[in-house]
Design a protein around this ligand. Sequence first.
Ligand SMILES: Cc1cc2nc3c(=O)[nH]c(=O)nc-3n(C[C@H](O)[C@H](O)[C@H](O)COP(=O)(O)OP(=O)(O)OC[C@H]3O[C@@H](n4cnc5c(N)ncnc54)[C@H](O)[C@@H]3O)c2cc1C
Length: 410
Amino acid sequence: MNNSHISRRSVLKGLAAGSAVSSVSFARAKPGGAAPDIVVVGAGVFGSWTAWNLQRKGHKVLLLDAWGAAHSRASSGGETRLIRTEYAGNAFYTGWAWESLAEWQALSHRHESPIFHPVGALYLYPEDVPKIDTSIAIQRALNIPIEKLTTPAMAKSWPQINFDGIAVGVLQPTMGALMARRSVQTIVGEFVNAGGRFRRFAVDAPRSDKVRLDTVFGTGGEKLPADRFIFACGPWLPKLFPDAVGARITPTRQDVFFFAPAAGDSRFDGTHLPAWVDLSTPDHHYGFPDIESRGFKIALDAHGPKIDPDTNDRRITDEALADVRTYLARRFPDIAPRPLAESRVCQYENSGNGEFLIDRHPHWENVWIVGGGSGHGFKHGPAVGRYVANLALGEAKAESRFALISHPLP
Ligand SMILES: Cc1cc2nc3c(=O)[nH]c(=O)nc-3n(C[C@H](O)[C@H](O)[C@H](O)COP(=O)(O)OP(=O)(O)OC[C@H]3O[C@@H](n4cnc5c(N)ncnc54)[C@H](O)[C@@H]3O)c2cc1C
């Protein structure tokens, strides 16, 4: 074992001694204790990195989640998330993704179980348009390794893919897959080990007639006072803040499928196939190689129907499965007839324009709202956490792209 690793056992010991990430160890956690400086509500990727950063800056932080860190219905739950800096020429998100990658790698190095698998990321384009070269230039200026590939070159490297309808590819060899649930639970584990407090606690919609919020209430009536509050509640933000957020964020249903490769067939594992995004289809299919033996993953980036994160059953439909097999039969013909190993229904929490929504509450000066990951937020967790921590402490200039005013109600 590498000495720079924090062992999983020491993280778990810390959780059991103080607070808890999982519901099992939560049962041993004690409510109460000294009032925190800052309460962060929501232990998804945004809230967890925010709490971690605030705690590192020396603040007494209490992190709360109604169901636990990266639980199965959170937008940060599930297996894998793509990290890439290919952002259609958007220099801001390219930069944030690149900065975040370094922090994800550092987190991965500190622990025994991998957080990041550098399988590479391959973008498939139906046309060679100037925007592709603009995006490549932005990345090269940051020294991000990136290659533009012809279709014959790709067909030689990945004979398991049929490149019909593809004009050009862009490979980012150092990008890849973040382990979603594991990484969020690991960052919460580090936060707790370093003295932060985590509780499984459902917060009621906040209320105050003043210009500040002094306290939040739990659904059981318990009061939690603090100086500052950060609500990083993903697809639940519209319910907690019907006026301030409301229709500015729309949760949509997103189906995810894992197919089982044949025994001994390594063509679909991470040593032979990168993560990929196919921009030639209106649905923008994307997927991952078989990582940690979960199966070949495929999903659609197109927004599904509206979903209520609290009430909807998480079952894929026969139609969605049939559509995915039809796509696979064309692009990945040898995986198409393989059995479905597993499926999940998650949700995006979309803003109107795909920008994150991060701003001070319009009435309460000590409350910040953080969300709107819009199907691409996960990779940015470290950058979002650092930005929100600085913002809440008055140490960062607010980015207008994230402001409530930049997200007009539809
Ligand atoms: C299928 C799918 C694929 C995706 N793929 C990618 C990808 O490849 N790359 C990428 O970068 N991003 C991707 N994303 C987007 C990314 O995962 C999300 O934007 C991100 O995880 C959102 O994190 P969050 O912390 O805002 O929300 P969440 O993870 O939902 O966290 C919010 C938390 O708040 C808690 N909460 C809510 N209300 C309360 C309350 N009243 N009291 C206490 N706690 C509360 C919830 O329990 C929840 O745990 C994908 C998302 C999905 C669903």
